[in-house]
Design a protein around this ligand. Sequence first.
Ligand code: FES
Length: 76
Amino acid sequence: MVHDGPMSESEVTINVLADGPLEVAGPSTIKGSDGSTLKAGDKAYLCRCGDSANKPFCDGSHKREGFSDPGLGKQD
Ligand code: FES
């Protein structure tokens, strides 16, 4: 299902940012592989370039490393 209208207060949207991280927008909890809470809040940025020193979070390294991806995905 595709939503283009206003989000509900409880909806989480993951936005792929061009040449950058995944933006998690909406109330969410990011948990580590051991189940511990790494971050809880309304916004988080997850690394998708692989160069962050603070994975799974973006630390801005994508800019220094010149990460390039339009973030459009592929349609099947
Ligand atoms: S996307 Fe920002 S450090 Fe990887």
